[in-house]
Design a protein around this ligand. Structure first.
Ligand SMILES: Nc1ncnc2c1ncn2[C@@H]1O[C@H](COP(=O)(O)OP(=O)(O)OP(=O)(O)O)[C@@H](O)[C@H]1O
Ligand SMILES: [Mg+2]
Length: 536
């Protein structure tokens, strides 16, 4: 990074000057320098304001070195500035202003704005650095997302309306950061971690980069403890472990948000972090007030980037929420991080990638999407202490489960829950397709008896599904398959077990007891069944 007049240089100049001034006023002698001068002020080498430094190199690297001290004449009286009171404080302020004004600044300029991308020239910066375009302090912030010979490809973090070729551009930060901490509980933030609920951020937060690396793989604990979510069908038939990462695969309008709100209110986790990315604006308030409610919000942090936000803000919302979750995890807490939806995060990355010239490699998605997904999802999971249990919704409209984002997510995550539109249409909520859903950690977080009961129920559900067509047309002959007979007989109980009102939190012990009862109805011999692995 370039370091304009470094703080140490400025401070040294000020301190020397003030000390000398105070000694003058006290009538004391200034100490001699090793060169014999009575008082010297350091002079900095200053690079040009624009373009490369004098040596032709970029304006980056170490702070400009001090060069030879130049002897200054000793003044018998303190520095007096017309209109300013005499004294060390006035001198310090005056010099501070002078140092600030004299600090070298690099300025680039906008070369072109096309679509979402802003090309900047005359500035050297790396990918991820944050620039400001336009008037200093009131410009539009933008992040460098690509670098070509002499040109920085940038994406604005605000609207690009009004940006014009020639607008000045300056660097403002090495990377995006967010402020995180316990004081965020109950708060609603925007995609960059700024408050959206009209109240200022509390004191005591710590600043963290948005893109933290995941904990080292071998230092992470293993997923071995169950995490009750408060949803009967999930807790028993697709059980989650603390630190597991789930995909929630569903089309639009089949109950994703409702299910997430049930988990937010019912889970045994200490903290819930919710990222709402690419939602319609009106839905956010409904979700916060109706679905989540005050009790759900009290132990949650909500990060919102609606569909009208710039793609970079939507993308960064995912990182902001993850950074907030990481903070709580590192305090040793059990965190549930829910992202609705991962597909919209991937779409934001696609918009960015395509805007800066990436090829649309996989069904319209550029390679950067498939690099971003594992980087983001790996940050959830168990930590060295604490855990982040991740639940990411993935849109699979048109039942295209092989859609590239769904496919990539499925390969990274350790479990998936599928919501079925036919169940939703039939008013069966939550519309979880139990047979299509899998928890890869089920064997580690359940007892053999629990797994046996789950297997019995799944087997009956599968038999019933296979026979459904015959049943529907009245061609099924009772007695043809005892399992189907049992499933048909127990259909009302099965439905009662699998459905749950949005505001109903299921106690996990009661859920397991109910599953056990259901298993006995579906297979009278279930208690004698061997405890096989991988039941769920
Ligand atoms: N547990 C439930 N009990 C009763 N109705 C439910 C339940 N879950 C969802 N619904 C119904 O389904 C509708 C859609 O749910 P929701 O908004 O959660 O779906 P979504 O998948 O998030 O939709 P979108 O894709 O539009 O975001 C709700 O308006 C509600 O009427
Ligand atoms: Mg929704």
């Amino acid at each position: 990074m370039s370091a304009p007049a470094g703080p140490s240089v400025a401070t040294a100049v000020l301190d020397d000057a003030v000390r000398a001034d105070e000694q003058d006023r006290a009538g004391g002698e200034r100490p001699a320098t090793p060169l014999g001068h009575r008082w010297t002020a350091p002079v900095q080498r200053r690079p040009h304001q624009h373009g490369p430094a004098e040596d032709g190199g970029p304006l980056r690297g170490a702070a400009p070195a001090l060069t030879s001290p130049v002897p200054l004449p000793r003044t018998a009286t303190p520095v007096l500035v017309p209109g300013l009171p005499a004294g060390a404080g006035a001198l310090r302020d005056l010099l501070a202003d002078a140092v600030r004004a004299a600090a070298p600044r690099e300025l680039g300029s906008v070369r072109s704005v096309s679509g979402l991308a802003v090309d900047v020239v005359g500035l050297v910066a790396g990918v991820g650095e944050v620039l400001e375009i336009g008037p200093e302090g009131a410009g539009v912030r933008a992040e460098v997302v690509g670098v070509r010979a002499g040109v920085l490809a940038c994406m604005p973090l605000g609207t690009a309306d009004g940006l014009a070729a020639g607008d000045p551009v300056r660097r403002v930060a090495r990377r995006l950061t967010a402020r995180v901490g316990e004081g965020l509980l109950g708060r609603v933030l925007d995609g960059l971690g700024r408050p959206l609920d009209g109240r200022p951020l509390p004191a005591g937060l710590v600043e963290v980069p948005l893109d933290a690396p995941p904990p080292p793989a071998l230092d992470r604990r293993r997923v071995s403890e169950p995490l009750p979510l408060g949803v009967r069908a999930l807790d028993t038939l697709v059980p989650a472990g603390r630190g597991q990462r789930f995909g929630l695969f569903a089309g639009s309008g089949v109950g994703k948000s409702s299910l997430l709100s049930m988990v937010a209110r019912g889970t045994h986790a200490d903290v819930v972090v919710l990222a709402l990315v690419g939602e319609r604006g009106r839905e956010v308030r409904e979700f916060l007030e109706d679905d989540l409610g005050p009790e759900g919000l009290a132990r949650s942090v909500v990060v919102v980037a609606t569909s009208d936000e710039p793609p970079l803000v939507r993308l960064r919302a995912a990182a902001t929420a993850t950074a907030v979750a990481e903070h709580f995890r590192d305090q040793g807490l059990s965190v549930v991080l829910m992202m609705d939806s991962l597909t919209r995060v991937a779409t934001a990355q696609r918009e960015i990638g395509l805007s800066v010239g990436e090829p649309p490699a996989t069904r319209g998605f550029p390679p950067s999407v498939f690099a971003m997904l594992p980087r983001l999802l790996e940050r959830a999971g168990p930590g060295v202490v604490g855990s982040i249990t991740g639940i990411y919704t993935v849109l699979v409209d048109g039942d295209d489960h092989d859609e590239p984002v769904a496919d990539a997510a499925r390969s990274i995550l350790d479990g998936h829950v599928v919501l079925d539109r036919r169940l939703a249409t039939a008013g069966h909520f939550p519309s979880i397709d139990v047979l299509g859903s899998v928890s890869r950690v089920a064997t580690r977080v359940t007892t053999p008896q629990q797994r046996a009961d789950a297997t019995t129920v799944r087997r009956a559900l599968a038999a019933r599904r296979d026979a459904q067509d015959l049943v529907d047309v009245g061609a099924y002959v009772p007695g043809a398959d005892p399992l189907v007979d049992a499933a048909l007989a127990a259909a009302p109980s099965t439905r009662a077990f699998l459905t749950q009102a949005v505001d109903d939190v299921a106690d996990v012990a009661t859920s397991w007891a109910a599953l056990s009862g259901l298993a006995r109805m579906l297979d009278p011999d279930t208690t004698a069944a061997p405890a096989g692995p991988g039941a769920a």
